[in-house]
Design a protein around this ligand. Structure first.
Ligand code: 5GP
Ligand code: ZN
Length: 115
């Protein structure tokens, strides 16, 4: 999947400001933040979008979501945050490697609505 930008970030071929990394999960700051806190959490495994998730992804997606919770706490989102997963054309997905947006800060309501 060398044509996938997030696979290339996971492989270290493209630089990113990483927040956390283990064998299966990677978190990094969004290159174009729309909130004071805006990072992405991805499975290292290439899954194009949420629409392709199946039973084989239960464990890694559990790891993704618990990583979201921990990193939100550790990055100043103790009063709450917004998570967004854009899926497919209708969901206005731009990068086809499943990722969870985590948006935090004083006013995240307007962020990422993509009107
Ligand atoms: P989507 O619309 O697919 O949910 O959002 C893709 C997100 O990936 C966008 O917020 C965009 O700013 C971010 N993004 C795209 N390319 C890169 C990149 O090369 N590095 C980083 N850190 N973020 C990226
Ligand atoms: Zn990928």
């Amino acid at each position: 999947m060398s044509d996938c930008i997030f696979c290339r970030i996971a492989a270290g071929e493209i630089p990113a400001k990483k927040l956390y990394e283990d064998e299966h999960v990677l978190a990094f700051h969004d290159i174009n933040p729309v909130a004071p806190v805006h990072f992405l959490v991805i499975p290292k495994l290439h899954v194009p979008s949420m629409a392709e998730l199946g039973p084989e992804h239960v464990e890694v997606m559990g790891q993704v979501m618990t990583t979201v919770a921990r990193l939100a706490r550790e990055n100043g989102c103790g009063e709450g945050f917004r998570t967004i997963i854009n899926t497919g054309r209708v969901g206005r997905q731009e990068v086809y490697h499943l990722h969870v947006h985590v948006l935090g800060g004083p006013d995240v309501l307007p962020a990422m609505l993509k009107r």
